[in-house]
Write a protein that binds this ligand. Structure first.
Ligand code: FAD
Ligand code: MLT
Ligand code: ZN
Length: 488
């Protein structure tokens, strides 16, 4: 496995870390929050694809500490890489050269929770899963869930505008985030920690930070509207014979499950093959055998509501009629919480499983639903033509797999590889981005731009949009210290 290095990239005109900077950081944070040894984990992303050379990791505990650090870095023109749980998938969360890593992991307090309105205020470094557990005790749920919940932070979720598994039900963070506190590149604290659902008093500035991937400010606090936790949850795992059947099942689920539908995910068979290697468990539809059934596509449907009997009856009828008319060929429904988790693992596990042979090239795209799977077919054909796919070690590519959030028109195309090579990358890029642009899609549905896609934004945004993005960045960060070499 080789790690991406950047021989053709020039370091920006930034200051270089000196002993006096460390002294200043220690005076702001105390010795125990300034790390210079054993910091490899902060320099490398979780796919082991991107690696930086930062010399220092800072872990502030308060917003004013973040502000002082950023002000010092701006005065000294030291570049910064803000880091949350480092679960990002586009190389945005790790330094490229020697940027100072500002990790939010020391800021993990729940600030307040209003049990009537469901409005939660947290430090940006709160882990998603622990925050959701806190809410569960109060009868509420965090309006975002994703496979990396055990490590990712709320600040990182907001900075990437993460979509996740239930966007279909709870909408995007652009809707549920009510307020943000962030430190601007000159150290100014932007305090907009509101708890108002309605506020039409001028530009909605907090939106700028949602999805800004650490380029406009370091998010230190988030105020978010949380829905009531559903009392009844059902998960069905289904096998179907074609991508058309996936679409038909989705249309029918929207009509017939309507208000209780909370997730609709699809997976191709290839994704189940890699996931089986990873999970080392029998497939949910295998019925006692160790094989994966031959269905080319699988669907996970989740329903969430307040009345178990009602939801059970609705789902049962939906499944019965879909099996009768032949749209669904096979299926199983979870009987308890443990089984619900097992079924979800056959969907959530694909992300990590895709790296099992060495690495993965990831494409996270929005496309019209009818075209979603055509991209996987096109990528597979192109790699075959280039003679890069094969079962033995001489071929770099194992297989592309396709899965994703059907309800959001979001495909994940993972090209599973034995090693990262420029040859594979050149065959896939810009081919995939051109294909997406021709089909009026987006080159990033939810993972963001980061380092991976910074040169390809024009496939999804017009010249005018890109110019406005650059103007904003220049205005708020004239020295370009926040997360350089990424985004635009
Ligand atoms: P990091 O990875 O640390 O950072 C991500 C970006 O945000 C970087 O650019 C970083 O500089 C910036 N950043 C982080 N914290 C802050 C902050 N406080 N202020 C300013 N900038 C900051 N994404 C989805 O959208 N949907 C999914 O379903 C999904 N599932 C995933 C499943 C797995 C197994 C994995 C590994 C990742 C998944 N992701 C998914 C990717 C997703 O982007 C992240 O998991 C998550 O949102 C990032 O949070 P983090 O705290 O790890 O941020
Ligand atoms: C997912 O939907 O599983 C996530 O976006 C993560 C991934 O695709 O790797
Ligand atoms: Zn996803």
């Amino acid at each position: 496995l080789t790690v991406e290095t950047y021989p053709n990239l020039q370091r920006g005109d930034y200051g270089t870390l000196e002993e006096s900077d460390l002294t200043r950081f220690r005076s702001i944070l105390g010795d125990s929050s300034v790390f210079v040894d054993d910091i490899e984990g902060y320099n490398e992303d979780q796919m082991r694809k991107y690696r930086g050379q930062s010399q220092v990791v800072l872990k502030p505990k308060t917003t004013s500490q973040v502000s002082e650090i950023v002000k010092h870095c701006n005065d000294r023109k030291l570049a910064i890489c803000p880091q949350g749980g480092n679960t990002g998938l586009v190389g945005g969360s790790v330094p490229v050269f020697d940027e100072v890593v500002v990790s939010l992991s020391g800021m993990s307090q729940i600030r307040s929770f209003d049990e009537t309105s469901g409005i939660l205020k947290v430090d940006a470094g709160c882990i998603l899963e622990s925050t959701d557990q806190f809410l569960a005790e109060k009868g509420y749920i965090f309006p975002l869930d994703l496979g990396a919940k055990g490590s990712c932070q709320i600040g990182g979720n907001v900075a990437t505008n993460a979509g996740g598994l239930r966007l279909l039900r709870y909408g995007s963070l652009h809707g549920s985030v009510l307020g943000i506190e962030a430190v601007l590149p000159d150290g100014t604290v932007f305090d907009s920690m509101h708890s108002l659902r309605k506020d039409n008093t001028g530009y909605d500035l907090k939106q700028l930070f949602i999805g800004s991937e650490g380029t406009l400010g370091i998010i230190t606090g988030v105020s978010v509207l949380c829905p009531a936790r559903p009392k009844a949850v059902n998960v069905a795992f289904l096998g179907v014979e074609s991508y058309e059947a996936v679409q038909d099942t989705f249309s029918k689920a929207k009509r017939e499950l309507s208000e209780i539908l909370s997730a609709f995910e699809f997976m191709d068979r290839e994704s189940q093959v890699v996931n089986k290697k990873f999970l080392k468990a029998p497939h949910p539809l295998a019925e006692g055998s160790d094989e994966i059934p031959e269905y080319p596509f699988y669907i996970l449907i989740e329903t969430s509501g307040s009345n178990k009997e009602h939801d059970d009856a609705k789902l049962e009828q939906f499944l019965e009629t879909s099996m009768e008319d032949g749209t669904i060929l096979d299926g199983t429904v979870s009987q308890d919480e443990a089984q619900t988790r097992t079924l979800w693992a056959w969907r959530e596990g694909i992300s990590e499983a895709s790296q099992i042979e060495g690495g993965v090239y990831k494409y996270d795209v929005s496309l019209p639903l009818s075209k979603l799977y055509d991209l996987v077919i096109a990528a597979r054909e192109r790699l075959r033509e280039a003679n890069l796919i094969g079962e033995t070690d001489e071929y770099p590519v194992v297989d592309p797999v396709g899965y994703g959030h059907v309800g959001d028109g979001n495909l994940h195309l993972n090209v599973c590889v034995r090693r990262y090579t420029k040859e594979v990358e050149k065959v896939l890029e810009p081919f995939i981005y051109e294909w997406i642009s021709q089909h009026h899609g987006s080159i990033s549905a939810e993972h963001g731009l980061g380092f991976q896609k910074k040169n390809y934004v024009h496939y999804s945004k017009s010249d005018v949009e890109i110019a406005m993005m650059k103007d904003l960045k220049r205005h708020y960060d004239p020295n370009g210290i926040l997360n350089p070499y990424k985004y635009i």
